[in-house]
Write a protein that binds this ligand. Structure first.
Ligand code: PPS
Length: 571
């Protein structure tokens, strides 16, 4: 059964926040009700539900809305809406919520943000949802990956009573709700406004593009960056926020404003473009810019893009009238050095010399410290990016050893520690297997579960050291591939990550048996001993493989130093 969530599209804004007296009553009532701690994506969705950014939705979707949205991009009453907005919870929470009829929604600190009156609870087929919404079941697509790996088994639907919006302490002046933005446009006397969606820092090409779009639409401009959740690996929103503040000063005064949108993107390409347009209409704009590869998730592992570069423009064109917001389509902008100007790529003749710098190339230039030319970006923007993305020789990094007990990890790690301290100024921390087990993981044993916890802890400490610009050397056995992969993923977001496989064969380790542990393992005195009675998953993704049989520890450490120099982490 679907609830009465639906209002027709139009200028009307849904405001789900209740008055302060009702809010206090709801908080009191909630003491006897089940509650759920919202995940980051839920929090983003909730904020836009409560403040009307997702008008006409009045809560998390019920099953009838959900099914029609997946199948036809429409709510049960026929209103255009392309993206499922759902609240996934575990079975236990779902059962408690259904029994009580209501559930309190809280942030991680336990602050109650809203009450959900539950109308529906069902187990979704997330694979079918991925196929319907994203046109793919490949988990390389971030939207699909989230559905398949990060979604609880039950969806709860129902109407919301909002107590307060999620709290933000950053860029407070830029976090304008739909009502506040509409009021700002009215105060400025802006009747036509074109919105620009972005999840990236802005450079000259973006400013040129948005100014052309504003001129074409005879409109003022809203720079409306997404700061909720974007594509993993994107520049963080704090850096971007400072960048947007620099960039907005480049527009003629009183022509453009910037506001932040707490949206959790799904990287859903064409469908997401339609969704973005609806959200922007709710924020009071009349026009919406759709460029190349709008909300695109990039390519799959084989390098095939999930969507065509202009699929989003085509889909949006089909719905322009129904949406009530006009699309301003744009091709990619290129720089023409002869005239020192930017043009859409389809307006430049094939013989004209053009320049552009891709996102990947920009990241490479930041990492290497190479020049980023003024035709591409503004000096103040480049300076901002360089502050948070220093060149590799100034970044923190982690050298993560893996190998059997007795393979030589600790000895090589000690040699590496000494060499690093001798030749460069960053602080270095050695997290050796035995040392960690004494200081961080003394309660853990050697079951798979405990080993995984141990490696995750080491990874967490290493990620903090890396984030703060230091060097972490980790030397546990780390026998399982999955926690190693997760560590790589987490640490790479903050700096360098180098996996070193100390590949000394088991026979050699056993022959050495420095601590006498292999003999005990063979005798069954020590259980679950790696290589003897427990598995070791050889890494297939090692950056450096050390065959320690023919190398001294000093030579092995030098091999790693050479790799770090070649990668730019050491000079
Ligand atoms: S793991 O799997 O990464 O959590 O292991 P780690 O923290 O590196 O701990 C390995 C050290 O503990 C000693 N030890 C054992 N190793 C493997 N299996 C079993 N069952 C075991 N019991 C004790 C051993 O001395 C390891 O140290 P190293 O330096 O690797 O020899």
């Amino acid at each position: 059964m679907s609830t009465n969530l639906i209002q027709p599209h139009g200028g009307a804004l849904t405001n789900l926040l209740v008055d302060s007296v009702t809010a206090e009553e709801l908080k009191t009532t909630s003491r006897d009700l089940p509650s759920v701690t919202l995940q980051p994506r839920h929090l983003c969705d909730l904020e836009l539900l409560l403040n009307g950014g997702f008008s006409p939705l009045a809560g998390f979707m019920g099953q009838a809305d959900y099914e029609r949205v997946c199948a036809e991009m429409r709510l049960a009453n026929g209103t255009l809406w392309p993206m499922p907005i759902t609240l996934d919870v575990d079975e236990q929470t779902a059962a408690a919520a259904q029994e009580a009829g209501r559930i309190a929604l809280r942030d991680v600190e336990g602050v109650m943000l809203a009450m959900l009156t539950v109308s529906d609870a069902w187990q979704p087929d997330t694979t079918a949802e991925a196929q319907a919404v994203f046109g793919s079941t490949n988990p390389h697509h971030p939207g699909v990956g989230h559905l398949l790996h990060n979604t609880e088994s039950v969806y709860l639907g129902g109407t919301l009573q909002g107590i307060q919006l999620p709290v933000h302490h950053d860029f407070v002046d830029l976090r304008l709700t739909p009502a506040q933005l509409r009021a700002a446009f009215a105060a400025q006397g802006w009747s036509r406004v074109v919105a620009f969606q972005t999840r990236n820092p802005m450079h000259r090409a973006h400013v040129e593009l948005t100014q052309r779009a504003a001129k074409e639409a005879d409109a003022n401009l809203l720079i409306h960056p997404v700061v909720g959740m974007t594509k993993p690996g994107d520049v963080d929103h704090y850096t971007r926020g400072r960048v947007y503040q620099h960039v907005i000063a480049r527009y003629p005064s009183n022509t453009a404003i910037v506001a932040m949108l707490p949206l959790a993107m799904r990287m859903g390409g064409p469908r997401e473009a339609v969704w973005h347009a609806i959200i922007r209409k709710n924020h009071g704009v009349s026009h919406f810019i759709v460029g190349r590869d709008h909300a695109g998730p990039g390519a799959d592992a084989a390098g095939n893009p999930f969507y065509g570069p202009y699929d989003a423009q085509e889909m949006l064109a089909d719905f322009t009238e129904e949406l009530g917001v006009a699309m301003v389509p744009f091709k990619m902008m290129v720089y023409v050095p002869d005239t020192n100007s930017y043009h859409p790529v389809d307006e430049v003749s094939e013989t004209t010399t053009t320049l552009s710098i891709s996102g990947t190339e920009l990241r490479d230039r930041l990492a290497s410290g190479e020049d980023i030319p003024e035709w591409f970006s503004y000096p103040e923007v480049v300076a901002e990016l360089r502050r948070t993305h220093p060149q590799r020789s100034k970044q923190g990094f982690t050298v993560f050893f893996t190998g059997l007990s007795g393979s030589g990890k600790s000895t090589i790690a000690q040699a590496l520690l000494a060499k690093l301290l001798e030749q460069q100024p960053r602080p270095v921390t050695l997290l050796d297997g035995d040392v960690v087990r004494t200081n961080l993981s003394s309660e853990l044993g050697f079951s798979k579960e405990h080993r995984d916890i141990n490696i995750t802890r080491i990874g967490y400490v290493a990620s903090e050291i890396t984030k703060h610009g230091g060097i972490a050397i980790c030397a546990p056995i780390a026998p399982y591939a999955e926690p190693r992969r997760k560590n790589r993923e987490a640490i790479s977001g903050y700096g360098g990550y180098v996996l070193v496989h100390v590949s000394t064969p088991l026979e050699v380790c056993e022959q050495r048996d420095r601590k006498g542990l292999y003999a005990k393992a063979r005798a069954g005195i020590i259980k679950e001993f790696t290589g003897i009675s427990d598995p070791y998953e050889e890494p297939t993704d090692a950056d450096v493989v050390l065959p320690t049989v023919d190398q001294t520890p000093g030579e092995a450490a030098q091999t790693i130093i050479d790799y770090l120099v070649a990668q730019g982490y050491l000079q």
